[in-house]
Design a binder for this molecule. Structure first.
Ligand SMILES: Nc1nc2c(ncn2[C@@H]2O[C@H](COP(=O)(O)O[C@H]3[C@@H](O)[C@H](n4cnc5c(=O)[nH]c(N)nc54)O[C@@H]3COP(=O)(O)O)[C@@H](O)[C@H]2O)c(=O)[nH]1
Length: 866
């Protein structure tokens, strides 16, 4: 059934109510009304029949009473004795004798009145309520009696209802005639009349009522009852004098009474039954509706799913294929031609494996054939085919057997998904995941994989293996000065040169930044690793041409062998440790890993950890060494020198931990602490300048100038009382930037001293370019001042140069009086050294300053010098 048909077939509860419940209820109500109507009409009919029959009965009763009175009257009127004693003569005695026309008329016959009227109408004899008397009949019955008497004079009794003064009477009158004489011989006008009257009193009415079963019969003046149970009592002229009324039986109502309860019960039952039926039908209808809806939903879902399937089939690169039992292609969806460019007709009829070819998935290919043989479904079988242009494409096949109606295999049906792009993308992603994008060399991941393989192979073949870690010297400077673009070019050129040094089977990888690594397989280790390292160092010595610049960089190499570790990560780490040591020993070096190096590295790490804690645990402190102004003969400054009081290591020399702090960057926070502490301390030594050493790392830090400003502001030390000591090395790499920083510092008002002058490049050009406030002659010259002519010459020329540039000269490391005398003689302005005072904690320095007797010493020195 179509969805639309189902929809049409189903109808809602509302419709059900309209189409089924309402008509059914209407019919039931109509039936009830009809039955009720019929019952009421029938009851009414019965009632009317009853009224009619009771009316007939009442008429009969009256007529019986009339006939009865007429017959009784006739008995007396046609009696010889009556004719003789009451017509021919009037024998009152005879008449009143009981048994004649006396009390017996009342007591025996029940008539209330009896009259004898002469032919002239005169009442000659009367019996009233059984009492014979002479009363006038017309006085008692004033109206209608005369005509009744006249009618009865014919000899036939005339009967009618007449009214006395106070009651209604049934009256009968007839002529008194002798039975022995032919009545016609006596003319009517000569006839006497006998009249009987019976009052329609309660007794009379009740007798009729009981005799004729006329319930509640009574005489009324007006016609009361509308239902017809009434009968007029008319006088001889036909005028209604009164009415008798009674309550007729109501068999109809009885019938209704009898009928209605069971009928009502039947109706209720019928109603309940109908309700139940309707409920059931309604429920069934709703269930039907629900199932119709479900079917409709299924149908709709099916339709949507079909549409979706069609859309997907048309939109995706998949195509649908079908084979017969012999695995010959018998159907190809339209997408086939669109994707492959091949006409379906040219392929149909071919075996499935004639079109599709085995690809890298050999196991899948076997599975495909096994599935075809065993009639089971298969999927994810990767295979290839040639498209219309002859290009090799890769696709993924899935199929399931199609059963015939007899349950036999009638073929296979499935999908083919072209995954060429996916495979290519995967390969690309794979390549990207395993190679360095800049140099195209294997990356760390691939290097590690190869190393794992090489190590397992090495174990198998017992061949020797070397791992080389390489790091370009001064690469950072190239990046910083020429930019990252130039750095990238350099890295590419370097990687190209590296590859020329390798043998086939070796792997070179870029591990990150300027860090490279090589896996060298050779039967002659460690000699070959050494030779390769030297080759690389040599080849890198050749200048690189980068963006118009000729760059001279070196390379440091660390080498490790599986002898010390055959775990790939450990091996690489060992090579890295060796590289670190190579760099420490000066650039352009090669170092082979030794277990000792690892221990040193561990020690260094422990020191690094402790140093990090030192700041937090307040283990750092400053010692101060005096600087003596020879001219003014006083202590003019103190140099702040850092000390680390370690709980177990003891007092650690800055020479030991400052390089580590510089390498790890901790020097920034340590340096700031030194600066702040020294400035704060200087406040307690008024008039003295405090000298603070700046590490090259600290000097290059972009926040140096701001930090200095902030510290001076926070501590309130006058800027002119702070002297910052820098070494020549800060000027070497980027002189201009360094000069900018120096100018900024000078701008704050602090003094700048060139420390350790003579140990580095000793470029006099720096002194010209930037007017330092002071030059500190390194202690190595002072120490050898007496022995080496060269030292004296250098000291002398530095002092001369300083003077000409208006700078102060400070000679460091003065340990003897001789050195001091010599320096004084050479015109040196300031001296510093153990001879005058060793670096001491602040408290001791305060005491030293208080006890300073230097003037006398200097004076004696001056005298000696003179
Ligand atoms: N960046 C920072 N460097 C600092 C800081 N504190 C010290 N240092 C540098 O550490 C190096 C070693 O310093 P130290 O062991 O304190 O040695 C200093 C003096 O004790 C020593 N000196 C002084 N007089 C003499 C002497 O007569 N003979 C002798 N053999 N040595 C002497 O010289 C060092 C001071 O040198 P200098 O700084 O060149 O004035 C050292 O390079 C310090 O610079 C710091 O807080 N930050």
């Amino acid at each position: 059934m179509e969805a639309a048909d189902l929809k049409a077939a189903s109808f809602s509860g509302e419709k059900f109510t309209r189409r089924v419940v309402v008509p059914m209820a209407g019919m039931v109500i109509l039936a009830i009304l009809l039955v009720l109507g019929f019952a009421v009409i029938s009851a009414d009919g019965q009632n009317r029949l009853e009224v009619e029959s009771s009316t007939a009965l009442a008429e009969t009763a009256l007529s019986v009473k009339k006939r009865e009175i007429a017959r009784n009257l006739q008995d007396y009127a046609v009696w010889e004795d009556v004719f003789k004693n009451l017509h021919e003569t009037l024998d009152f005695g005879w008449a009143s004798t009981n048994g004649n026309v006396g009390a017996n008329i009342y007591e025996g016959l029940g008539y209330d009145l009896a009259f004898v009227l002469r032919p002239d109408g005169k009442t000659v004899y009367a019996v009233v309520d059984g009492v014979p008397q002479t009363a006038d009949a017309f006085s008692i019955i004033p109206r209608g009696l005369d005509s009744l008497v006249e009618s009865g004079s014919t000899g036939e009794p005339a009967v009618g209802f007449l009214r006395s003064k106070d009651q209604l009477l049934l009256v009968a009158a007839t002529a008194i005639l002798p039975p022995s004489v032919d009545a016609s011989t006596i003319p009517p006008k000569n006839r006497s009349s006998l009249v009987f009257a019976k009052a329609l009193d309660q007794t009379f009415v009740e007798s009729i009522s009981s005799d004729y079963l006329l319930d509640s019969l009574k005489v009324v003046e007006q016609e009361e009852q509308a239902d017809g149970a009434t009968l007029p009592l008319v006088d001889p002229s036909g005028k209604a004098l009164s009415y008798i009324v009674w309550t007729p039986a109501t068999p109809g109502y009885q019938f209704l009474k009898w009928l209605l309860p069971p009928l009502a019960a039947a109706m209720v039952l019928l109603g309940l039954f109908a309700h139940q039926v309707i409920r059931k039908v309604r429920r069934s209808t709703e269930e039907l509706e629900e199932s119709a809806r479900t079917v409709e939903t299924y149908a709709q879902t099916l339709e949507e799913s079909e549409a979706r399937f069609r859309d997907v089939a048309e939109a995706s690169s998949d195509w649908i294929w079908e084979c017969d039992g012999e695995m010959r292609l018998v159907y190809l969806s339209t997408r086939f031609s669109e994707v492959t460019g091949i006409s379906a007709a040219s392929i149909l009829g071919k075996q499935l494996d004639q079109f599709f070819m085995k690809d890298t998935d050999a196991e899948g290919w076997e599975r495909l054939h096994a599935s075809a043989h065993d009639h089971v479904a298969f999927r994810h079988v990767r295979c290839s085919y040639k498209d219309a242009q002859g290009r090799m494409r890769i696709c993924r096949l899935a199929g399931r057997p199609i059963g015939s109606s007899k349950g036999q295999l009638s073929g296979f049906r499935g999908t083919a998904t072209d995954i060429t792009e996916e495979v290519e993308a995967h390969a690309r992603a794979n390549h990207l995941a395993l190679h360095d994008a800049l140099t195209e060399l294997p990356n760390r991941l691939l290097f590690r994989e190869r190393l794992i393989y090489a190590l397992s192979d090495n174990r198998r073949r017992h061949s020797d293996l070397a791992i080389l870690c390489l790091d370009l010297d001064h690469f950072k400077e190239v990046n910083d000065t020429l930019g990252h673009g130039a750095g990238d070019v350099l890295l590419r050129q370097f990687s190209a040169r590296l590859q020329t040094c390798l043998q086939s089977g070796d792997t070179v990888a870029r591990l990150g930044g300027d860090e490279f690594a090589i896996i060298q397989s050779s039967a002659n280790q460690p000699q070959d690793a050494g030779a390769l390292s030297r080759r690389i160092i040599e080849i890198v010595k050749q200048p690189f041409q980068v963006e118009g610049h000729e760059l001279h960089v070196g390379v440091s190499i660390g080498v490790a062998f599986p002898d010390h570790a055959d775990d790939p990560d450990k091996l690489l780490k060992n090579a890295d440790i060796a590289l670190y040591r190579a760099k420490q020993g000066g650039r352009g070096n090669v170092r082979f890993f030794e277990p000792q190096m690892d221990l040193e590295l561990q020690a260094r790490k422990a020191l690094e950890y402790d140093l990090r804690q030192a700041l937090l645990k307040d283990e750092l402190e400053l010692h101060y060494q005096p600087l003596i102004d020879l001219e003014a003969q006083k202590v003019s400054a103190v140099e702040a020198l850092l000390r680390w009081r370690h709980p177990s290591r003891g007092l650690v020399s800055p020479g030991e931990f400052i390089p580590l702090a510089e390498e790890t960057g901790m020097i920034i926070s340590i340096g700031e602490w030194v600066l702040r502490t020294a400035c704060q301390q200087a406040l307690s030594w008024p008039g003295l300048r405090v000298a603070v050493n700046l590490s090259p790392v600290q000097f290059r830090h972009r926040e140096l100038v701001d930090t200095v400003k902030q510290v001076l502001e926070d501590t309130g030390l006058e800027p002119g009382r702070l002297e910052l000591e820098i070494t020549e090395s800060v000027l070497i790499n980027d002189t201009e930037a360094a000069l900018d920083i120096l100018s900024a510092l000078k701008g704050i008002g602090v003094h700048i001293a060139m420390d350790d002058f003579g140990t580095g490049y000793s470029s006099l050009g720096y002194l010209n370019s930037f007017p330092f406030d002071k030059i500190k002659i390194d202690k190595s010259f002072v120490t050898t001042l007496e022995d080496k002519v060269k030292s004296l010459a250098i000291v002398r020329s530095v002092i001369g140069l300083s003077e000409s540039l208006s700078m102060t000269t400070t000679a460091e490391g003065v340990e003897t009086m001789e050195q001091a005398m010599l320096l004084l003689g050479e015109g040196c302005k300031q001296v510093q050294g153990y001879f005058f005072g060793r670096p001491v904690p602040a408290l001791e320095m305060t005491a030293f300053l208080g006890n300073w007797q230097g003037f006398t010493v200097l004076k004696s020195l001056k005298t000696d010098a003179a």
